[in-house]
Design a protein around this ligand. Structure first.
Ligand SMILES: [Ca+2]
Ligand SMILES: [Ca+2]
Ligand SMILES: [Ca+2]
Length: 182
């Protein structure tokens, strides 16, 4: 069984990614987020930047979320997602390799200038693209930016991702990646 803390975190993560709030995480949520990001950045739908960001989002859906779709109806329910943490599939899905891959990929969707650092502005755009509140993004970023220099590197971001998925400690910094979870 997943711990109470883990269940709360995963539930938070699930609803963060359910962009259209229909109770399922689907490929269309990821596509919509890519469209939102492109719009925020002023990238036209036929631009190479738009194509690249769309491909990255679809790749995260395909490699991380789609395998959770146990009944293969094309969408991941909260129950399906929570079951990943509940059985031996957790070893496969929440392995260090998978998490490093996932958070590296998420990082690349946030670090839109590709210099290997994300700023609080990037983080606000990330939340906004997922339909989240920019104030929550500010708060989340401030908690993650431990040395207060206004930037997060790729490696620390991946480390926070490991906190999020592998630690049952209620107070590790990575728990706030997607905003407060309680
Ligand atoms: Ca959805
Ligand atoms: Ca399903
Ligand atoms: Ca950057």
């Amino acid at each position: 069984m997943a711990s109470e803390t883990m269940t709360k975190k995963l539930t938070k993560h699930f609803y963060f990614q359910d962009l259209d709030q229909d109770g399922f995480v689907e490929q269309s949520d990821w596509e919509q987020c890519a469209r939102n990001l492109a719009e925020i950045r002023g990238w036209p739908p036929d631009s190479p930047e738009y194509e690249a960001i769309l491909a990255k989002h679809i790749q995260i859906w395909t490699t991380f979320w789609q395998p959770a779709d146990e009944n293969e109806d094309g969408k991941v329910s909260l129950d399906e997602y929570l079951r990943l943490a509940d059985n031996q599939r957790a070893e496969e899905f929440f392995s260090l390799d998978v998490i490093a891959g996932l958070f590296g990929a998420i990082f690349d969707t946030i670090d839109l200038d590709g210099d290997g650092q994300i700023t609080d502005q990037d983080y606000r755009r990330f939340f906004k693209a997922w339909g989240g509140e920019e104030a929550l993004a500010e708060e989340a970023f401030a908690r993650l930016d431990l040395n207060g220099d206004g930037r997060l590197s790729r490696s620390i971001f991946i480390q926070f991702g490991s906190n999020f998925f592998l630690s049952d400690e209620p107070n590790v910094p990575g728990n706030g990646l997607f905003g407060p979870y309680e």
